[in-house]
Design a protein around this ligand. Structure first.
Ligand SMILES: [Zn+2]
Length: 473
């Protein structure tokens, strides 16, 4: 697969070269250069997007176009790389520019081609977990909202810690357009409500309703029993019409989850939270625990616990400071790659599969039924017969299956793993450099109550993992 990276080199002749001291923090005694432009689709419609500014020393930060798709950057004398991006379905474009204080530069329109059309396949990317200034996030509600749209997401849940204060403003985001369907009709962004019920005994997401509980202040010194308190809040959350989720179960200290005996109370589990993909660190532990849980699940008999992912984003700027990098270990190198790829909205996103209208109710159903996968780039379409994620395929006497597999990824994917019951049974190495991978994968030796999960790994930290497709006789 080829990384679409169209590089324009703007050669700007510096006249009357003047020496100006510029520091990283942008402190200077001079007036910075003004860089202006706008972002469009290849058909000429203006679209909002993100702009990743890379400084000469390798530091990076992400800014957004304004709501009208234009941008004005103020940068001090120096060389910069500007990468324009709109999430996983669009190509990115990179511009190198040398600027000089006091001058104004007008950049040619940047056109981003949409390479993949999720909505035409009923696939909608969204972020389930993010914070604003209403709790410990760094930005206002409207800024976080726009970063969702600029990251190519179609829906987003705002989930501040024990606060619904930002939600009335957040849901106004429903008036914004996230994209267009194949007929040219606007797809409105769905700005949906959540609260992260934050206790000293774990964090739980109320997805769909802004439930705030005084009870969240669990204090065992005062005789509170965490299991009772959590069970009460989770049941009340579900009674209110929300989904109850365990967040980052293996996060360190009081952030993690320790009451697996009440696992059946929950609707979903966040196996990919922010900084690491599910084959690393605490997210790996969450994935393996989730595999165990799924191995105890029997279709039609007990409760299925689907997986989700959320960025848990607290800062839409995704600032990368090269001074802190430590690439002396494999873990340090991985973290550096992850930070450079960006820690912001939609990293990762949960992609729901919807058969029908794009509504809040259908998103909730898709999350609850596991009709979804989690990704920081690759888009996975997989079916066994007519059954996809969260659905059941019947063997009717056979013992082998064929998975119709289509993967799109703008950046290079390298490996596809097929898991049966939590164990890899087939690994496919991708040599092809196309952005589209298509195959019919045969798996033998299937029997009643097996389940299949697909995982895609790509360059650096590129990753995606699906919910299970269940196998019955
Ligand atoms: Zn949390």
């Amino acid at each position: 697969m080829k990384k679409i990276l169209i590089v324009f080199l703007l050669l700007i002749t510096l006249t009357g070269c003047q020496e100006v001291t510029t520091t990283l923090s942008g402190v200077s005694d001079s007036y910075p250069a003004t860089i202006r432009g706008r972002v469009m689709t290849d058909s000429g419609d203006m679209i909002t997007a993100g702009i990743i500014i890379t400084y000469e020393n390798g530091d990076m930060e992400r800014v957004n176009t304004n709501m009208l798709s234009g941008y004005t950057l103020k940068l001090y004398t120096g060389s910069y790389t500007l990468t324009f991006e709109r999430g996983y379905e669009y190509q990115t474009k990179t511009i190198s520019i040398d600027v000089e204080n006091y001058k104004t530069y007008v950049i040619d329109d940047v056109r981003l081609t949409q390479l993949y059309d999720g909505p035409s396949k009923g696939m909608y990317l969204g972020d389930l977990h993010q914070h604003t200034l209403n709790s410990d996030g760094k930005q206002e509600v409207d800024e976080v909202l726009m970063s969702n749209i600029n990251r190519g997401l179609y829906f987003g849940y705002l989930s501040d810690h024990n606060s619904a204060a930002g939600l009335p403003e957040w849901v106004q985001g429903n008036r914004f357009v996230a994209g267009y369907d194949v007929f040219g009709n606007a797809i409105n962004f769905l700005a949906l409500r959540a609260v992260e019920i934050t206790t000293d005994y774990g964090h739980f997401q109320s997805i769909g309703v802004g439930n705030v509980f005084e009870q969240a202040d669990i204090n065992s010194l005062k005789g509170d029993d965490p299991v009772t308190e959590i069970t009460d809040m989770v049941r009340e959350t579900i009674r209110s019409g929300a989904l109850a989720q365990i967040n980052h179960p293996f996060a360190v200290s009081v952030l993690g989850f320790n009451y697996w005996e009440i696992i059946d109370e929950f609707d979903t589990i966040e196996i990919w939270n922010g900084l690491y993909q599910t084959n690393r660190n605490e997210n790996l532990e969450a994935k393996l625990k989730w595999f165990d849980i799924i191995n105890g699940y029997i279709v039609g008999e007990n409760k299925f616990l689907p997986a989700t992912g959320g960025s848990d984003n607290h800062n839409i700027e995704g600032t990368y400071n090269s001074a802190y990098k430590d690439t002396s270990t494999a873990e340090g190198l991985y973290k550096d790659q992850y930070l450079r790829r960006g820690v912001y909205t939609g990293m990762p996103a949960t992609c729901v599969l919807i058969d029908g209208a794009f509504t809040e109710e259908n998103i909730m159903n898709a999350l609850k039924n596991g009709n979804s996968f989690i990704t920081n780039g690759p888009m996975i379409e997989a079916k066994i017969g007519s059954s996809s994620y969260g659905e059941t395929y019947h063997l009717v006497g056979a013992s082998s299956i064929v998975i119709d597999l289509d993967v799109f990824s703008r950046d290079q994917i390298e490996t596809i793993n097929i898991y049966k019951n939590g164990v890899i049974v087939k690994t496919i190495s991708i040599e092809d450099d196309s952005m589209y991978y298509s195959n019919q994968v045969q798996i033998e030796g299937l029997s009643d109550n097996d389940w299949i999960v697909i995982e895609v790994l790509g360059v650096e930290t590129l990753y995606a993992i699906t919910n299970p497709i269940f196998i019955k006789n």
